[in-house]
Design a protein around this ligand. Structure first.
Ligand SMILES: *[C@@H]1O[C@H](CO)[C@@H](O)[C@H](O)[C@H]1NC(C)=O
Ligand SMILES: *[C@@H]1O[C@H](CO)[C@@H](O)[C@H](O)[C@H]1NC(C)=O
Ligand SMILES: *[C@@H]1O[C@H](CO)[C@@H](O)[C@H](O)[C@H]1NC(C)=O
Ligand SMILES: *[C@@H]1O[C@H](CO)[C@@H](O)[C@H](O)[C@H]1NC(C)=O
Ligand SMILES: *[C@@H]1O[C@H](CO)[C@@H](O)[C@H](O)[C@H]1NC(C)=O
Ligand SMILES: [Zn+2]
Length: 502
């Protein structure tokens, strides 16, 4: 069990510091240096004494205003020197495939997960792409309900194309349905901060995070760390209680070099050090009973170096047989790379297109390489991917190891790694690692009632819960922040009851 006394927190912090590599120290830079000094032995003793003093004066202080700086006002938390509100820091590391944590390259994330909790994996939504999944994490909704059905897609209602890499248009609130967790928190009167998490700066109901740092590429991890702790170190009235942050470098390395590459391994080490620095800074501020730090990812990464290319405009697919049947020429949009959500010119005989594609899917040379879905052959139920007019009428979904292209586009798609495939594929799985009051409480419930699902080591207090869907995360964060007035989601009712005190 996690001991929450001041002395023990101090020991924990010092233990952690002994594990810090030199380059992590560099990353943490000045901010960390001052807080590390605070944890050297003499300071620790005086903090412990302060802890005892506070304990003695608890009943007196807890009802007093903080005029003298000696304790928290009634409904505030206290880290020993400052007032706090319950805080959640949610960090997404794009493309962190669940089994990357087994490579021996992420000692810090594993250490955080041992002090806290982790899931065997977190299941992404289909399609397993960055924008649909980040918006599902924010809203708790499947893409068919939150509207971001791919990174690029055609919207028949507005007659326009959503393109994630055209922010002037794609960040318009009208694209983004559902209520992101930062909006729900703002509505409840909390302050929130968004450091580059994909999504609009303002929702269609007019809410924005209190603080927002818009997306920029290649921002050093130290700069992100500094920004997060500038927020954490604000005065309690201005400090955000929910911080969401986003880091893309691992996904970029995965696409460019593939999941087995040395570049992915190196980037994995660097995001692991970032995770360590972040966690360390939280502990150094004595916030382990106040702030939950949650690391997630959006999807995994498949090795596509040996991809077999399928030409959809080949004679055997949608090419010409010299007859009256429609060919690739009738296709106006192909959404959702590496999938193809096909839209057609007005007047196209879609049944004829489909029967051609179905004929191809049954051709021995293509069996097991892709699936074709439409109204007649619906997507698997578990995709929850049909109830939106933004979902094209016909979708071709390649299986792992295959990619779709045309003669004109050629084989220029995924260089060495890609994602977007079936969300049941193990290579598409994401991570969930959490430490803070949530994990302390959940482990307490588990040890008392012995009913938490998953795996627990009594020797190390390590706790790995069964995989769950990322649409559950919204409700977790809202419960941790004590926000009751939540938006409807696709999360499972009561999902977190086993982990949280009623
Ligand atoms: C750390 O915070 C706890 C409350 O969360 C407080 O009781 C304790 O005194 C603090 N420790 C120090 C060293 O300030
Ligand atoms: C956002 O989209 C709506 C609906 O398509 C449109 O009316 C509005 O002009 C757009 N706003 C901006 C700033 O482009
Ligand atoms: C990256 O790490 C994995 C797992 O440890 C290993 O199998 C792979 O060979 C590494 N890649 C390189 C290029 O070293
Ligand atoms: C409490 O948090 C504040 C603000 O981040 C920090 O400056 C201070 O050092 C923390 N107190 C302790 C005892 O760590
Ligand atoms: C997901 O939640 C939304 C909002 O409550 C709802 O409209 C939709 O039907 C749900 N989807 C499923 C598959 O239950
Ligand atoms: Zn991604």
């Amino acid at each position: 069990m996690h001991n929450t006394s001041a002395t023990n927190d101090g020991q924990e912090t010092r233990l952690l510091l002994e594990n810090v590599d030199d380059d992590v120290e560099e990353q943490v830079k000045n901010g960390a240096e001052s807080s590390q000094r605070g944890w050297e032995r003499p300071a620790l003793v005086s903090f412990t004494a302060l802890g005892l003093l506070l304990l003695g004066g608890f009943f007196y202080l807890s009802n007093q205003p903080n005029a003298s700086g000696e304790g928290p006002r009634g409904d505030y938390l206290w880290n020993g020197t400052h007032e706090f509100k319950r805080t959640v820091i949610l960090v997404s590391i794009d493309g962190l495939r669940a089994d990357y944590l087994d490579r021996g390259l992420t000692p810090h994330l594993l250490d955080i997960s041992k002090q806290g909790i982790r899931a065997e994996y977190m299941k992404p939504v289909f399609p397993t792409l960055t924008f649909p999944n980040h918006w599902s994490l924010m809203t708790g909704l499947y893409p068919e309900s939150h509207g971001i059905v791919a990174n690029s897609f055609w919207d028949p209602a507005s007659n326009s194309m959503f393109m994630y890499n055209h922010p002037e248009a794609s960040l318009n609130a009208s694209w983004w349905f559902g209520e992101p967790m930062w909006e729900t928190a703002e509505q409840a009167g909390l302050k929130t901060a968004n450091l580059m998490w994909p999504g609009p700066p303002v929702t269609s109901s007019g809410f924005s995070p209190t603080y927002h740092v818009p997306w920029r590429d290649k921002v050093p991890l130290e700069e992100k760390l500094d920004q997060i702790f500038k927020w954490v170190d604000m005065d309690v009235e201005g400090r955000p209680e929910l911080i969401v942050a986003y880091e893309p470098s691992l996904d970029q390395a995965g696409h460019a070099h593939g999941p087995m590459s040395k570049e992915v391994n190196e980037t994995l080490r660097s995001v692991d050090k970032f995770a360590h620095s972040l966690h360390h800074e939280v502990l150094a501020r004595n916030l382990s009973d106040i702030a939950d730090v949650i690391f997630v990812s959006d999807h995994g990464m498949a090795d596509t170096r040996v991809t077999e290319w399928i030409l959809v405009d080949d004679e055997s697919m949608l090419g010409s047989y010299g007859d009256e049947e429609p060919t690739w020429d009738v296709v106006t949009h192909a959404d959702g790379w590496p999938n193809m959500g096909l839209r057609f010119r007005a007047g196209t005989d879609q049944r004829a297109v489909l029967s051609k594609l179905m004929r191809a899917a049954k051709d021995p040379r293509y069996i097991g390489k892709f699936d074709v879905f439409n109204v007649a052959i619906p997507m698997p139920e578990r995709y929850h991917f049909s109830a939106s007019e933004r979902i094209a009428p016909v979708w071709i979904v390649p299986r792992l190891g295959y990619a779709l292209t045309t003669k004109e586009s050629g084989e220029g798609g995924p260089s060495h790694g890609d994602h977007g495939y079936d969300n049941d594929e193990p290579a598409m799985r994401a991570i969930f690692v959490a430490h803070g009051p949530f994990s302390t409480g959940a482990k307490g419930i588990a040890s008392r009632e012995g009913k938490l699902n998953g795996w627990h080591s009594t020797a190390t207090d390590e706790h790995i819960v069964q995989g769950f869907q990322n649409v559950e995360v919204y409700n977790l964060v809202m419960r941790l922040l004590g926000v009751d007035d939540v938006a409807p989601t696709n999360g499972t009712a009561g999902f977190w009851d086993a982990y949280l005190e009623a």
